[in-house]
Design a protein around this ligand. Structure first.
Ligand SMILES: NC(=O)c1ccc[n+]([C@@H]2O[C@H](COP(=O)([O-])OP(=O)(O)OC[C@H]3O[C@@H](n4cnc5c(N)ncnc54)[C@H](OP(=O)(O)O)[C@@H]3O)[C@@H](O)[C@H]2O)c1
Length: 253
């Protein structure tokens, strides 16, 4: 069947496009770099012609509070309107585990706004909430760095590798709409400060992680329930340790 991947050039998008093509589907990898812009609406109608499923794995270029809200609201409205017009039968969107528990974070508020538009629309849907990607750990470190210090809370997480997210999305995209939400998480719980310490050590990065329960994560304080999944998430198979040993540049391990 024809499947459109919005954000098809991104970290998850590229893997998802490959996975769906290997399964024999006709896949459009849609993003501004290929002339499809969910914010302006450019190219959306053409991309969606004859599509049965749309998977939205786009991300905002800016994480600034107002910009990110504007991105997910406007893109969400444009996508759902184009899908309704084209008769698309399944909208799949990638969101974040715990988004609704973190209203102090502008990014999480924007993901909740994206989810609300989907739930209110007439297009059948599945919302997939994932925990943080292993590939995002460097970004977490960067966002919390001042000089040589990385100040982070010891909050529990259960991160997942992007390949496992893409594989789960491919299964869900070709299944029927659930009109509900599923959660994805990695195989092991780990505390945020410890996760970043392991990442920096493996990369021979000399920054020092300081544990501070009140340190903010993208604008919000965290507790052990903030970023961890509820009952019965789908669990990825790759451990952080295995990924780290594969992804550390040669000469660093
Ligand atoms: N990072 C995490 O740990 C995490 C955890 C859970 C969920 N998520 C969610 O996962 C999703 C994908 O993240 P990612 O890391 O794969 O993103 P990414 O690598 O930053 O890729 C972003 C994609 O969005 C596209 N895009 C940007 N502006 C667009 C627009 N106006 N219209 C259409 N497409 C546009 C980009 O296209 P161009 O290349 O053409 O610019 C690119 O393909 C996000 O929705 C995020 O909220 C992330």
């Amino acid at each position: 069947m024809k499947i459109v991947v919005i954000g098809g050039s991104g970290l998850i998008g590229k893997k998802l496009v490959n996975d769906l093509r290997k399964r024999g589907h006709e896949v459009v990898a849609a993003s501004p770099s290929s002339g499809v812009n969910a914010l302006t609406g450019e190219g959306l109608a053409g991309a969606m012609e004859g599509a049965r499923v749309v998977v939205d794995v786009a991300n905002s270029p800016s994480f600034e509070d107002r910009a990110v809200l504007e991105f997910f609201e406007t893109a969400g409205q444009n996508l759902l309107a184009a899908e309704a017009a084209a008769g698309v039968g399944h909208h799949v969107a990638l969101s974040v585990v715990g988004a609704d528990r973190l209203p102090d974070s502008g990014y999480m508020r924007a993901k909740v706004a994206q989810e609300s538009l989907i739930k209110a629309s007439k297009v059948p849907y599945t919302i997939v909430r994932a925990t943080q990607f292993f590939e995002f750990v460097g970004g977490i470190a960067q966002s919390a760095t001042e000089g040589q210090t990385v100040r982070l809370p010891p909050a529990l997480m259960q991160p997942i590798v992007s390949d496992d997210v893409a594989a789960a999305l491919a299964d869900i995209a070709v299944g029927g709409p659930l009109n509900g939400t599923v959660e994805l998480a990695g195989p092991e719980p780990i505390r945020m400060d410890e996760l970043v310490r392991r990442f920096l050590a493996a990369n021979r990065d000399e920054r020092v992680v300081t544990t501070d329960p009140h340190a903010r994560y993208f604008g919000t304080e965290l507790n052990d329930q903030s970023l961890t999944p509820g009952e019965g998430p789908r669990i990825g198979s790759t451990s952080f340790g295995d990924w780290l040993s594969r992804s550390v540049p040669q000469g660093k391990s």
